[in-house]
Design a protein around this ligand. Structure first.
Ligand code: ARG
Length: 449
């Protein structure tokens, strides 16, 4: 198939291969969003009189065919197709003739790819939010189930003070719950329709950008045509920033889990279905999925660097450099989605070994508690600190469970607020399901006349 811009010349084969690279693998993710964007664009063209009603019907039928072929795995792109946008237009022209040649009126591949990416990103952000909340819910459940199970708390990797399994897991549940705010911000940035910015400077036709935005369920039109183009990659970078925050939390969870499941700690075990073995050591049970989460967190930071590295210093208007942001962006999204699913699965199978944790709650963990007992009897804190420090070997035995429930201030082991957290997570989960429903409905509506 010829390229949209070819005017008799033939592109050198080495250049063709270089230009496309592995971009088509990622363009495959844009078939569905591009079809939705094209449906809304065609409708708008009909409304402003560029297309006759029957022409719109034909384009609609063609776009639906493309979607069906794609679903059946039969809409395959080759390097000669150049990209998904070209492939779709060429298909429409081949099947429906002249009307296929009209669909590109008032748009450029530059705003077309922007639109497809926005639609792709909307869905992925909601999937990410759902996965994030589901993982946070699993952590909150673990925390509730083992709320007052004593566990040493560490600072500098040394035993520090009495803590609990509930505090440990609740910390991650709250961290992930906060991360949704980054995803939300990215969602708001992404929720703007760029279509109509065309090559970067709009078109000399009275197009109805608001109609397209409404039809596709966008919150607004991204107003300035040049800003719309210049924001390619900016939105992606905002999404990856959110993903990096999530992966930072998951890397800590992974590291803790790896540590606490060693023979040396023995605090937690996970189901045999989740661990891998060694080809040489028959006894090995490796939590290699947690090692991979740890490594993939670094990869996501790298993807962020790649995207921002492409963007920095680019001049205004479309630049082909942008194409190179697609791969790291999509890989970051998929990596984070996978990591969240694996983390949730692991947390769901995590079992605390209460006896081991209790044994590890040695008397010195209560040194600070003891100093505070003296403080309550009127001893100035520094004196109490010194007094206890001078007689560490004489610390009286303490009941860890009782000590835990005595920590009653906000967020402490005896007052973790897990019920409120669980309710808040549940409410957010409902909101996200509602949003996914709404997005799917707005896509389905595009097939109705
Ligand atoms: N594959 C291209 C991209 O991702 C699509 C836009 C092409 N535009 C152009 N002027 N060559 O950016």
């Amino acid at each position: 198939m010829s390229k949209l811009w070819e005017k008799g010349q033939r592109l050198d084969a080495t250049i063709e291969r270089f230009e496309v690279g592995d971009d088509l693998v990622f363009d495959n993710e844009l078939v569905e969003p591009d079809v939705y964007g094209s449906l809304a664009h065609a409708e708008m063209l009909e409304r402003i009189g560029v297309l006759a009603p029957e022409e719109l019907d034909r384009l609609r039928a063609g776009l639906v065919e493309i979607l069906r072929l794609h679903e059946a795995g039969e809409f395959r792109m080759t390097p000669e197709d150049e990209d998904v946008h070209t492939k779709i237009e060429n298909y429409l022209v081949a099947r429906y003739g002249d009307v296929g040649k009209k669909i590109h009126t008032a748009r450029s591949r530059n705003d077309q790819v922007l639109l497809a990416l926005r639609l792709y990103t909307k869905r992925r952000l909601l999937e990410l939010e759902a996965a994030l909340l589901s993982c946070a819910a699993a952590l909150a459940r673990f925390a509730q189930r083992h709320e007052l199970v004593p566990m040493p708390g560490y600072t500098h990797m040394q035993r520090a003070m009495l803590s609990s399994a509930g505090t440990w897991a609740g910390a991650f549940a709250e961290a992930l719950f906060d991360d949704r705010l980054f995803l939300r911000t990215a969602y708001v940035l992404n929720d703007q329709s760029p279509l109509g910015s065309a090559a970067s400077y709009g078109v000399p036709l009275p197009i109805d950008r608001q109609y397209v935005a409404d039809r596709l369920g966008f919150a607004k039109v991204q107003n300035n045509v040049l800003y719309a183009q210049n924001s390619r990659g900016k939105v992606e970078a905002a999404v990856i920033q959110a993903l990096a925050q999530i992966m930072l939390d998951l890397s800590k969870l992974a590291q803790d889990t790896l540590l606490f499941t060693t023979a040396e700690y023995g605090f937690f075990t996970v189901s045999d279905a989740l661990v891998t073995g060694s080809s040489i050591m028959p006894q090995k049970k490796n939590l290699s999925m947690m090692e991979l989460i740890r490594a993939k967190a670094s990869l996501v930071l790298g993807y962020q660097q790649q995207v921002m590295g492409v963007l920095i210093g680019l001049p205004s208007g479309y630049n082909k450099d942008y194409q190179e942001t697609k791969k790291p962006f999509m890989e970051a999204v998929q990596t984070t989605l996978d990591a969240l699913a694996v983390a949730e699965l692991t947390v769901g199978s995590l079992e605390p070994n209460e006896d081991r944790m209790l044994v590890a709650c040695t008397p010195e963990l209560f040194a600070t508690d003891r100093a505070y007992e003296l403080v309550q009897r009127g001893v100035p804190f520094r004196d109490a600190y010194r007094q206890v420090g001078a007689s560490l070997q004489d610390l009286p035995p303490a009941d860890p469970r009782e000590s835990l429930s005595k920590r009653t201030h906000l967020g402490a082991s005896g007052n973790l607020g897990l019920a409120a957290l669980t309710d808040a997570i549940g409410a957010e989960q409902e909101r996200v399901s509602g949003q996914i429903e709404k997005l799917n409905a707005s896509f389905r509506n595009l097939f109705d006349k």
